[in-house]
Design a protein around this ligand. Structure first.
Ligand SMILES: Cc1cc2nc3c(=O)[nH]c(=O)nc-3n(C[C@H](O)[C@H](O)[C@H](O)COP(=O)(O)O)c2cc1C
Length: 404
């Protein structure tokens, strides 16, 4: 029988610690610096949970982050900090988020992998590179050669395998995948190691595919979310159905096959969290809300832009005074929500080519960031960016806690 849409799916025991902490709010994985072990530790200690960001890091760097987080959490509840000590309850209340590279993404249609399709993609990337040359010159920033940014599927497969090995070796409490859907064998392998694995999805069809491959939980990302959309097929235009409607749709579509759902996108207060829980979410994941906390590794330019947004001094939407954000491919070749900058208009037609566009624009963005130039950097932010606070992570979590 199909469960009523408002009742969350039961959480398997191994997932309980990660998805059902005392406060059902998780700090989102935010690659590129913001989600630090210190941020996750602060949220976990305050009663919530979280995911470390494995994206844009090497497997060894992620290993170090996991060790650091465990060390930060180990001395709690009287548990000794020695490495051979049993994990404290707090040290089991996190997961690690991994990007799924194209080479292992089963959601990419075969037609996109033919030699013809790959040649057309390389041509589009080269043409886009030409369009970036004037800006690179103006900023005095290097622009990589088009052939140097073409991804190597063998290297992608090898890198992904190294992450799975790290998960097994370090016995991560949970894994969440984003940017694609790995094959069923990956979920089976992690399950055999006692590691529950889930997937970020943005539509009911994606939810069905993910559960079909073995995902035991889903992160349901609404269009309000800051940063990249987790759309499984990178060439697909992400949906615009709002997060609550999406959650209801997924509960209906999955029916008896339902798994715990983590809701993400635009959440900055406790009333929103309460509504999402009432709509069937097991937990709510918030990213932007934590970007101005001292524990976050948010860059200086990003913080400046967010402070201006909160103060209403810049990045204000002309109609409602809220944050002016938009979804763009200009920065990385994958759809992502950022505070609106002129660069997004100028390069609105960037091809659907991640990681190539990311690699082409990366040096430009780094140079701009060093100069405090807000116009040429990505400023990932959700639709609630004007409602965030520059407070300790524990205070932000309290503001997200229903009934506080
Ligand atoms: C700066 C930033 C970086 C992000 N990086 C990742 C990431 O590495 N992996 C991921 O699954 N989601 C990433 N996201 C998306 C978040 O996981 C989450 O879906 C989003 O923050 C929720 O919307 P909100 O920012 O409005 O709370 C990122 C979001 C932001 C704002």
């Amino acid at each position: 029988m199909t469960p009523p849409p408002s009742r969350p799916a039961p959480c398997p025991a191994a997932l309980d610690a990660v998805l059902a902490p005392p406060v059902p709010v998780l700090v989102a994985p935010m690659a590129g610096g913001p989600t630090t072990p210190e941020l996750v530790a602060a949220v976990v200690r305050a009663g919530g949970g979280g995911f470390l960001a494995g994206g844009m890091r090497t497997p060894d760097e992620v290993r170090e982050q996991v060790d650091r987080l465990r060390a930060l959490l180990a001395d709690d509840d009287g548990a000794p900090a020695a490495t051979d000590a049993p994990a404290s309850p707090l040290a089991t209340r996190f997961g690690v988020n991994l990007f799924v590279p194209d080479a292992v993404n089963t959601a990419i249609p075969d037609a996109a992998r033919t030699p013809g399709a790959l040649a057309a993609r390389a041509e589009a990337v080269a043409a886009h590179r030409e369009r970036l040359t004037a800006l690179a010159r103006d900023l005095d920033a290097p622009l990589p050669a088009a052939e140097d940014v073409t991804p190597d599927p063998a290297a992608e497969r090898e890198g992904f395998e190294a992450f799975l090995a790290a998960a097994e070796e370090q016995a991560w409490p949970a894994v969440s995948f984003t940017f694609g859907l790995p094959e069923a064998a990956v979920f089976a392998r992690l399950a055999a190691a006692g590691i529950p694995a889930g997937v970020t999805v943005t539509s009911a069809a994606e939810a069905r595919a993910a559960v079909g491959n073995g995902a035991v939980f889903l992160v349901v990302q609404g269009p309000e979310a800051g940063g990249h959309r987790g759309t499984l097929d990178p060439a697909a235009r992400p949906g615009i159905t709002d997060l609550r409607t999406l959650l209801s749709e997924m509960r209906r579509t999955l029916g008896a096959a339902s798994v715990p759902l983590v809701a993400a996108g635009g959440v900055t207060d406790a009333a929103q969290v309460a509504r999402l829980l009432a709509t069937g979410a097991t937990a709510v994941s918030a990213g932007t809300a934590f970007l101005l906390t001292p524990e976050a590794g948010t860059s200086a330019v990003h913080r400046t832009a967010l402070r201006q947004t909160v103060a209403g001094a810049a990045f204000a939407h002309p109609d409602d005074g809220g944050a002016a954000t938009a979804v763009t491919r200009a920065f990385t070749g994958r759809w992502a929500r950022s505070l609106v900058t002129p660069f997004m208009d100028e390069f609105a037609d960037a091809p659907a080519a991640y990681p190539e566009v990311n690699a082409l624009t990366g040096p430009l963005r780094r140079v701009a960031a060093e100069r405090g130039d807000l116009e040429h950097v990505h400023l990932w932010a959700g639709t609630g960016a004007h409602r965030i606070a520059e407070r300790d992570a524990a205070v932000v979590l309290a503001a997200l806690t229903p009934g506080e």
